[in-house]
Design a protein around this ligand. Sequence first.
Ligand SMILES: CC(=O)SCCNC(=O)CCNC(=O)[C@H](O)C(C)(C)COP(=O)(O)OP(=O)(O)OC[C@H]1O[C@@H](n2cnc3c(N)ncnc32)[C@H](O)[C@@H]1OP(=O)(O)O
Length: 395
Amino acid sequence: MEIRPTTGDEFDVFVDTTHAAFARFPETPATVWSALEMDRGLFAMSDDGRPVGTASAHSFELTLPGEAVIPVSGVTAVGVLPTHRRRGALSAMMLRQLADFRARGEFLSVLLASEAVIYRRFGYGPATYTHRLTVQRHQAAFAVPQADGGSVELLRRADCGEILEEVYDRYRRTRPGALSRPRRWWTAGAGLAPISAAPRYIAVHRDADGVPDGYASYSHTAPSTLTVDETIAADDAVGTALARFLLEHDLITQVVFKHCPPDHPLRWQLEDFRAAEAADDTDWLWVRLLDIPRALTARGWFADGELVLDVDDPALGEHGRHLLTVRDGEADCVPTDREPDLSLDVSDLGSIYLGGTAPSTLVRAGRVRAHRPGAAALADALFRAERPPHCLHWF
Ligand SMILES: CC(=O)SCCNC(=O)CCNC(=O)[C@H](O)C(C)(C)COP(=O)(O)OP(=O)(O)OC[C@H]1O[C@@H](n2cnc3c(N)ncnc32)[C@H](O)[C@@H]1OP(=O)(O)O
């Protein structure tokens, strides 16, 4: 099956083929597709010269533990027509993409998976997690005092100018797992609210000097329910001030906070821990290492130690043994023939890389093999991030 890049004038065919692969008619707003970079698209072509599969990639920046910001390709729009499935079209496109990403000099790739059984075979592992918190207002008394000297202003989405973009950009540079939202996404309104121009109320938090340092994007959905698309906050005090604001709405019985990170403090701030119910706990960003030494030396580290990782990469037909040495927050990674501490698949290294999945969990699950007592605990201590990684960008 031939795989070839798309050209700028094939936008409509690309979108039409992807729609057919997902069995959707073009109800997806055109603005979502306007974020595509057509020079990064691929077609899988049938023998009679028709496009039967699509894949593309967005250019993002990803924040690693230690606030290192690196370029990554975000895989998207992957689909194969139902008439041409299980003949290797996806595999051919994925392998082509991985080679293209390396040729761009990138050492990491990311994606959001439609199904969790598709992408491990190509070396991707789930690396960040998200859940929804639903809070019953009548139980939502705070147990902690208000500790905020700022203010909240209520705006309509259409009146926000560049406030959201600026606040998001400052936030994402400090949060491991967060992706950039390129400027043209905001200007084109490409994506989900609040990037899109969809009608939303926006609670903008300002610090004591009036500078915006957080926002919450929300709408009134089911009867008596406020649904919050996302809360972006410079720090916990700002996040808490926005949560209080949302929970103080009259005529509302419950507030649904979408896209909460694993370390969301809200349940611990309420008198009634059970007032906030967690649901939809799911994987979000999947990570794929393309160059293990470069990836391991790029992130920040928060404990010292030495670990030998024996990593298998069946998709690329590669295998390597790496000595990772961390001293004072910096890592060195060199080939070694020393006995390994851990043996693992590159997809599992992707899962632990951002610090959101404990290596010991994967050892206990039987996915990662620990060769000596204490190896898993040392790996846990080494790979931990300053806080759990979180990504709420949809692409
Ligand atoms: C990042 C994103 O864009 S996520 C969106 C992914 N796209 C979708 O979910 C749209 C609907 N599905 C599809 O278009 C197709 O089924 C795809 C793209 C998932 C798979 O395309 P195909 O060309 O059929 O995959 P391909 O033939 O290369 O399969 C490779 C292997 O993956 C397996 N596989 C592929 N899709 C699936 C799946 N959905 N569930 C389980 N196994 C799968 C195949 O069985 C095959 O296994 P094998 O190597 O052991 O034989």
